[in-house]
Design a protein around this ligand. Structure first.
Ligand code: HEC
Ligand code: HEC
Length: 368
């Protein structure tokens, strides 16, 4: 397991170098060619130097045993939206990852089937296929494992030991039976093939056409002036990109095992033994105490409330928490500090984050 403390500084160093190089090359490119004969009509005020905006995503890793196909994806799409997956017909996967809530959760803490109170907030699932560890603490190593976890666990309430029986029950639905025969001819409808189909669908939830992406591809009008200011602050003074590096806006994406930091959420005014210890539950290392996976900030303007416990109701407050150094506790990451930003600067960052809005999941027709 990569430990938070050893990967963090290395990343910062890399980032600092990349950023410095980027700025340097940017400056040299924009150096005006001197033409003394023609006086410039440009305003005298210096333009803000904007950081380079990366646009290309790394390739998404797809497990060899679960190749994508249009039929499989269509099947997963239906299952993701089907409340018949849950123990009591009350919930689908989509119930906690809805468009109205930015495809994260509505309530601060999720409520599972049979009204079971869960302990964490539902994360945004756009671009989730780029992660290599899932959940806030990274306890699932694949989307397939995550899907079975959510389905068998409190979210859908079926129970790990009852998944095979539930799969057999769903196989009574003609439309599923026929599709599974086609997509998984040897296996049919089992907990494994159901999890594979859902994961194949999730790997198609790619958010790559935001205002940010249009700006990064050269459309200068895709950002407002305030968003440009926010973008520069996000990359520069705020040092947000140390952990939320563009274009995915989570440096944990594409990193085997993920990346986890303690920013202090959930630690204030609580005895240590009542704190959600996050990554430490998996790694059993003190360095990971109350550390959580870096979420992507794509779609963040729509996904209130915020953080692993949903404890912060608005984006403005969430940005303020991060920009002022997080919440002090015995294990807070040194990578977060008070960046001394004005209200106006914080507002610009919030405006910039609005340039990361994603699309919507489509409701499929469900088989009978
Ligand atoms: C009752 C609400 C609820 C339901 C139903 C639900 N989820 Fe979630 N989902 C959550 C919560 C809460 C988490 C974070 C849990 C944690 O970190 O411990 C989560 C995490 C995830 C993640 C991990 C994302 C990441 O960034 O690591 C994925 C993917 C996901 N859910 C997909 C699904 C799928 C697929 C289903 C259906 C099989 C499903 N969810 C059903 C609430 C729900
Ligand atoms: C040291 C790494 C790090 C830095 C630097 C950092 N963040 Fe974060 N950010 C995180 C982690 C980890 C979380 C999740 C914490 C949790 O839920 O307990 C997070 C969560 C967030 C969230 C909530 C997202 C959600 O879906 O709930 C926002 C908004 C955010 N950060 C914005 C920023 C901004 C703006 C900056 C710069 C001022 C910044 N972050 C700097 C690591 C970082």
């Amino acid at each position: 397991m990569p430990s938070t403390s050893s990967t963090g500084p290395a990343l910062v160093a890399t980032f600092a170098i990349v950023f410095a190089l980027g700025l340097a090359s940017c400056t040299s490119k924009s150096e005006p060619v001197e033409d003394k004969a023609a006086p410039s009509t440009e305003p005298v005020a210096e333009k803000v130097e904007l950081p380079p905006a990366p646009v290309d995503f790394p390739p998404m890793k797809v497990p060899a045993g679960n190749r994508q196909s249009p039929e499989k994806i269509a099947l997963g799409h239906q299952l993701f939206f089907d409340v018949r997956m849950s123990v009591d017909g009350s919930r689908s996967c989509y119930s906690c990852h809805q468009n109205e809530h930015g495809n994260g959760g509505e309530t601060p803490l999720a409520v599972g089937a049979k009204q079971k109170q869960l302990t964490r907030h539902s994360p945004v699932i756009w671009n989730t296929g780029f992660f290599e560890a899932f959940y806030w603490g990274g306890r699932a190593g694949s989307l397939e494992a995550q899907a079975k976890g959510a389905w068998g666990g409190g979210n859908m309430g079926v129970g790990k030991e009852n998944l095979a029986a539930k799969a057999a029950e769903l196989a009574q639905i003609k439309g599923y039976q026929q599709q599974f025969k086609k997509v998984f001819p040897d296996e049919g409808m089992t907990p494994e093939t159901i999890a594979k189909a859902i994961s194949a669908y999730e790997r198609t939830l790619i958010c790559s056409d935001t205002a940010y992406d249009r700006y990064a591809k050269g459309d200068d009008n895709a950002f407002t002036e305030q968003q440009k200011q926010g973008w520069a602050l996000f990359m520069g003074k705020g040092q947000c990109a140390v952990c939320h590096a563009p274009p995915l806006f989570s440096s944990a994406m594409g990193v085997p095992g993920g990346l986890y930091y303690n920013v202090g959420i959930g630690t204030a005014g609580r005895p240590a033994d009542e704190v959600d210890i996050g990554r430490a539950k998996i790694s059993e290392q003190d360095a990971d105490w109350a550390a959580f996976k870096v979420p992507s900030l794509r779609n963040v303007s729509k996904s209130a409330p915020y953080f692993h416990d949903g404890s912060v109701p608005t984006l403005a407050e969430a940005v303020a928490v991060m920009a002022t150094g997080g919440i002090d506790n015995k294990n807070k990451t040194p990578l977060l500090a008070d960046r001394g930003m004005s209200e106006e600067e914080l507002g610009a960052i919030v405006a910039f984050l609005g340039a990361l809005d994603c699309g919507k999941l489509e409701q499929p027709d469900l088989p009978k």
